[in-house]
Ligand binder design. Sequence first.
Ligand SMILES: [Zn+2]
Length: 301
Amino acid sequence: MTAAPTAVRIGLDVGGTKIDAVALDDAGAVVARRRSATRGGADGVVDSIRDAILRLDRGGAAVAAIGIGVPGQAHGGVVRHAVNLGVEELALADAVSTLFDVPVAVENDVKAAALGAHALGDGTGSLALLNLGTGVAAGIVADGALLCGRHGAAGEIGHVAVDPAGPSCRCGQTGCIETLAGGAAVSARWGRPGDTVREIFDAADAGDPSAIRLRGDVARGAAAAIRLLALAVDPDRLVVTGGVAGLGERLRSAIADELRRSSATSPFLRSLHLDTRVEMLPSASPAAALGAALLDARVLV
Ligand SMILES: [Zn+2]
């Protein structure tokens, strides 16, 4: 029987509606997990994080360090433009460090999820994680370290323009990957408020022509993102996650079909076997919270 840890690292994936919190022992194993509600605004977010940590059953173990993944930009412990949290700017690392008197690392949630997905595998080699959620972004882990880049923009591939005739993007460009495969953009193009990408896929299955077109665009945008990651990074693993990825096999097979179709004329692309290599991360995976707990040691600037 393994002895209870005396100290744990805490990881939190802070989403717009809920926080997924985990505690890791020295070996990196998840020894506790709890989900709780997120309150909005700067004070609400800090209070929700405090409550999530206090309510996590750590079995009496001390808190050694805290890592936090947030849906927004995170640089130097400061969160910016986290629209889903109602936060424009917040010195989150300082605020939480003051509460618990331990080191606190803060990172974008997609990057944290990439680190966690890497750790949930065998923890070796490289991995690119594509998040298909409200927006589209990727996290890249190379040689065990998270790639952040000079401006924190590494992996922001949702705003690579791939279709000159495509829809206008909120970033000011035309035909960005996000306009094709981002949940918010696809739902807006569908034009039925409240409908998610799942409803659009259902309508496509039922034969609706505009839903079929949008489903094709989701696959086309996701496949473009996969190709981009494969050719820029050539990772050992290509993982897809996010709210849209909750479609599971329905989405994976659509992306795989598109990858096969788009590589038909290219022996080089076919040799990469992208269509058979895309993995879907299960929606209940603790990857983002786990990755947050591993943040401070694994960040490559
Ligand atoms: Zn864009």
